[in-house]
Design a protein around this ligand. Structure first.
Ligand code: GDP
Ligand code: MN
Ligand code: MN
Length: 273
């Protein structure tokens, strides 16, 4: 299997036909998987916004003030409003807004980006990344994964994740298969779209490379059952439940030394999803 980035894509504008732009620059073959950074999907779908588009309500003003106090700098309540409007609900408000998006993905600041957006202040995630992936899949005739770069709990550093996919299952199910001792696997469901997204993210970079699209050639899903369940249902998710009930206490974390492990490497209200 090998991966290569699609060269020569311009700055993407609202209304651009991203599928055709990719097809013209990548000699796609049957069996390829195309990983597309949501940045260009969002831009093509016109999902840019400016802070002036938002009028901060009471909750946004309250959250911005609390995050601002912790960070020791003023936070724009209109940004908090944008996050609220992109969210189904928040798991945490301070020290950062950890949001459940309407399509089930959970991300700091609802995945709103402030980098690589020349013509606006904010870049929102696609409204429905699976629908975006389906449109591209129809045009390109190969499986498509829409990706984002995202932090994770427990670990520093960010990596690519899948936020929408079409033309392949999200995961391959190893349950019922056997390890080298003949032991039957009982729990392993491998989130292949995240693994493809993480591999693609190695090539896209995070800066000005201008490489939002990566072709994965020779990936073999193999003879496994597939599943599309990637986002956990809140009713069966202990971590979501715990976070929803959690209240931030800076004193308690300070007592434990370097305990503050959040997705923004410790910065309250960090801008990086
Ligand atoms: P995210 O991780 O999906 O939120 O996006 P990043 O900001 O990390 O960008 C991913 C890749 O896409 C980087 O190589 C960027 O330089 C590139 N990129 C972002 N916007 C555009 C664009 O409009 N055109 C092109 N050609 N590349 C872009
Ligand atoms: Mn992003
Ligand atoms: Mn990125």
């Amino acid at each position: 299997m090998h991966l290569f980035a699609v060269e020569g894509l311009p700055e993407i504008e609202p209304g651009d036909d991203l599928g055709t732009m990719i097809a013209e620059r990548a000699d796609l073959r049957a069996g390829d998987v195309v990983c597309v950074s949501h940045t260009v999907v969002s831009k093509a779908e016109g999902r840019t916004a400016d802070l002036a588009d938002y009028e901060a309500g009471e909750q946004a003003r309250d959250i911005a003030a609390r995050i601002g106090d912790l960070a020791g700098e003023e936070k724009d309540p209109r940004f908090a409003q944008a996050v609220l409007e992109e969210s189904e609900r928040l798991l945490t408000e301070v020290p950062l807004m950890l949001a459940v998006t309407r399509f089930g993905h959970i991300a700091v600041n609802a995945g709103i980006d402030r980098s690589n957006v020349p013509d606006a202040e904010l870049l929102l995630l696609p409204e429905n990344p699976t629908a975006s992936a389906e449109r591209l899949h129809d045009e390109l005739d190969v499986p498509v994964v829409v990706t984002d770069t995202s932090g994770r709990p427990f670990r520093h550093g960010q990596r690519g994740v899948a936020i929408g996919w079409a033309g392949l299952p999200a995961a391959r199910d190893w349950r019922g298969e056997h390890d080298r001792d003949g032991r039957e696997l009982g729990v392993t469901v491998e989130a292949v779209v995240d693994e493809l997204a993480a591999a693609a993210n190695l090539l896209t970079g995070e800066g000005d490379d201008g490489l939002p699209v990566v072709v994965v050639r020779g990936f073999d899903f193999g003879d496994h059952d597939g599943s599309d369940a990637l986002f956990r249902d809140p009713s069966g998710d202990y971590v979501q439940d715990a976070l929803q009930q959690w209240e931030f206490d800076p004193d308690r974390l300070a007592e434990k030394g370097d305990g503050a492990s959040d997705d923004s490497d410790g910065e309250p209200g960090g801008d990086e999803p």
